[in-house]
Ligand binder design. Structure first.
Ligand code: ADP
Ligand code: MG
Ligand code: MG
Length: 196
């Protein structure tokens, strides 16, 4: 039973929130090795915040993606929030315009670099966005998600150029960037929602 005033989220948005909640501890643990140990908490809290902005059941994918963007932009601590929010603004815009979400990921890659300054190889979410953008995939399909996961995994071999983990240098080698794992997870959930 929804509490008074609360809107019931679309099923996939609920899945999105629940999946980030269940990934909270694992991502925090990875961020303990490579940062300050809070990225899972930051992303789970941001995901939860999207629910207060959601238009509810029957909302189209673009509206749900926009709720995610707003939740991440406005309700998070940590550097991941604004950058995820920015990325989701671009992905939502692609959904709204009826172009492939892969086009949105390409715009997201450009926007995140413009604002955050990270380039591919700096051990950030840019490595995931870049992997999808350059995968040749025309839709956000299984191949595109495979590229996203490979992009996240590839950060294991990178020492950090941006963000908090840049202070740790080579100590992070062997550990994937938790923000990149979170972005790959987010894109996989969007693809599962039927967004292409
Ligand atoms: P904080 O370091 O402020 O605690 P979070 O833990 O919320 O931030 O998020 C850290 C993640 O944010 C990193 O794992 C990385 O993927 C991402 N990140 C940090 N700085 C940048 C940047 N300049 N560009 C892209 N992604 C970044
Ligand atoms: Mg952190
Ligand atoms: Mg922090």
């Amino acid at each position: 039973e929804a509490s008074a005033g609360a809107k019931q989220a679309s099923d996939w948005l609920s899945t999105f929130v629940e999946t980030f909640e269940s990934s909270r501890a694992a991502l925090d643990e990875i961020d303990q090795k490579a940062g300050d140990g809070d990225v899972g908490t930051n992303l789970a809290n941001a995901a939860k915040a999207t629910l207060t902005r959601a238009s509810g059941k029957g909302a189209d994918l673009a509206a749900d993606l926009n709720s995610i963007a707003e939740g991440f932009l406005n309700d998070t601590g940590g550097s991941s929030g604004p950058l995820f929010g920015l990325a989701f603004q671009e992905i939502a815009a692609a959904a709204k315009n009826g172009t492939s979400l892969v086009e949105g990921v390409k715009e997201a890659r450009a926007a995140v670099t413009r604002v955050g300054g990270a380039e591919p190889g700096d051990r950030t979410i840019v490595d995931v966005l870049e992997a999808v953008a350059t995968s040749g995939a025309e839709k956000l399909d299984a191949a595109a998600i495979g590229a996203a996961i490979d992009g996240a995994e590839s950060t294991k071999e990178m020492s950090s150029g941006r963000g908090r983990s840049s202070y740790l240098g080579d100590r992070v080698l062997g550990t994937p960037d938790p923000g990149a794992l979170g972005m790959a997870l987010a894109l996989a959930l969007v693809a599962e929602a039927g967004g292409a």
